[in-house]
Design a protein around this ligand. Structure first.
Ligand code: ZN
Length: 468
């Protein structure tokens, strides 16, 4: 195969119409590779900052204490090089990230607005190392999949879906997901990206908005633009060759296990059947769990894991990444449980006591603590049915592309398409590819963030947030 056939930007229709399948042999055991860099948990965004890389150390320790490392190949991935990062990011931006430090930050202060350096995305000690480590792990994992070294690759330090080509956003400085997908596009005709973080996967959507080689599907909280990052309405459907290859499932606070899992399966099965992906990238942001400090859903670890299990059952090559997650003991529980799922290994519900960080998991010391808040599910049955119906109608267009205009449109769908066209017109007037109208919301504005000090520990008196 000539690898250049599948380079990003090559939208030759023959690529899409190939029926190449990369299914693993049915019933064969899926080979799993796990990427963890020993230093990735040692970085600190700052005292009051909700993003705590230490959650990665907690996760890795829990994975090891359950003995899961014996069932998969474990790699300490090399750091991404400058050139690798610049395959997506602007040279100026990478140069800036490489040079700026807390000590010399005053010299760079005038560049901060340009690169969106802020309270959310602060300059901290070792920032560039951190970026190279988590991005290197995702690129390494993508390479391992593409070279047939594994059927499933895991990098819990990746999944930082908000970073843009030329700026930081939402705690994300470089977009390891885009870099990994760019690598996969050299080997696979169609990449399906699925995002179950509570926040919209805006950076990945934006990067592949105009291509049919990558389909992005994001399930997230959407609140008429007021919840970070402000995008992810159902009307954002892609444009140009990418029109209909972008799908957004906007949800409201309080969604519960049954509603979430049934909608997820209903939507994503139809996506698979229409798009026929040759490889899947799954972003498993754990801030969609109940009791997260920034999120507002009511999902349990089992329900989150059920989404992972469902995708795994398709036996399509799979890259599994982390993402958000701000109740760090629950993040570690969730990603350990999901590592077990990916290894077909059931984990005992009592956490192993032989774990250096055992005390973080009290008072229950369980893999599945109750995560339900006392709050209503604001997603009514009829709203969820409407979303499902709209999504299925949009997916029908994947069969008809590019003869979209010839089809008769159901009433609701016409509204979505009109809105999408309007956004595109606005974007053209602005002469920018970003059709979403950039908004810079702060995560800290979120009502659920309790601003506790950075002691890298989840103490339980902070777990019940008063939402009245
Ligand atoms: Zn998030």
């Amino acid at each position: 195969m000539n690898s250049s056939t599948f380079l990003p930007g090559n939208n030759d229709k023959t690529v899409r119409t190939q029926s190449t399948t990369f299914h693993i042999q049915p019933h064969s055991k899926q080979k799993v590779s796990y990427f963890h860099h020993k230093d990735v948990g040692n970085f600190h965004f700052g005292l009051q900052h909700p993003m705590k890389p230490h959650r990665l150390t907690l996760t890795n320790n829990l994975v090891l204490s359950y003995g899961l490392h014996k069932k998969m190949t474990v790699y300490c991935p090399p750091k991404a090089t400058d050139d690798e990062l610049m395959e997506f990011h602007e040279t100026d931006y990478i140069k800036f990230l490489k040079e700026v430090t807390p000590e010399n930050s005053e010299e760079f202060a005038e560049d901060f607005p340009k690169f969106n350096i802020s309270e959310d995305c602060p300059i901290f000690e070792g920032l560039y190392d951190f970026c190279q480590i988590y991005a290197g792990a995702s690129i390494g994992a993508a390479h391992q999949l593409a070279s047939d070294g594994a059927d499933i690759c895991i990098n819990w330090s990746g999944g930082l879906h908000h970073a843009k080509r030329f700026e930081a956003s939402g705690f994300c400085f470089v977009n390891d997901i885009v870099l990994a997908i760019q690598h996969l596009l050299r080997f696979y005709p169609r990449v399906l990206y699925i995002d179950i973080d509570i926040h919209h996967g805006d950076g990945v959507q934006e990067a592949f908005y105009a291509t049919d080689r990558v389909m992005t599907v994001s399930f997230h909280k959407y609140d008429s633009g007021s919840f970070f990052p402000g995008t992810g309405n159902i009307s954002e459907i892609g444009y140009g060759l990418g029109k209909f290859f972008c799908l957004n499932v906007p949800l409201k606070d309080g969604i519960d296990d049954d509603s979430y899992v049934s909608l997820f399966k209903d939507v994503i099965l139809d996506v698979r059947d229409h798009y026929q992906p040759s490889v899947i990238v799954l972003q498993c942001g754990a801030d969609s769990l109940g009791k997260d400090r920034l999120g507002g859903f009511n999902i349990s670890i089992k329900a989150h894991g059920e989404c992972v299990k469902f995708i795994k059952s398709w036996q399509i090559p799979l890259l599994v990444l982390g993402g958000g997650g701000y109740r760090i003991s629950n993040v570690a529980r969730c990603w350990t449980y999901e590592t077990g799922i990916l290894l077909d290994t059931e984990l005992q519900p009592e956490l192993p006591q032989k774990n250096h960080y055992y005390n973080f998991f009290g008072p229950d010391f369980s893999l599945h603590p109750p995560l339900v808040r006392k709050m209503d599910n604001l997603n009514t049955r009829s709203e969820l049915q409407k979303i499902s119906q709209q999504v299925h109608e949009l997916l029908r267009f994947l069969d008809g592309v590019p003869s979209v205009q010839m089809q008769e449109l159901p009433g609701d769908l016409q509204g979505i398409l009109d809105e999408s066209d309007e956004e595109l017109r606005d974007a053209r007037e602005d002469q920018t590819v970003d059709v979403r109208g950039r908004k810079r919301l702060m995560w800290h504005d979120n009502e659920y963030f309790d601003g506790d000090s950075d002691n890298d520990k989840d103490d339980d008196q902070n777990m019940d947030v008063d939402l009245s």
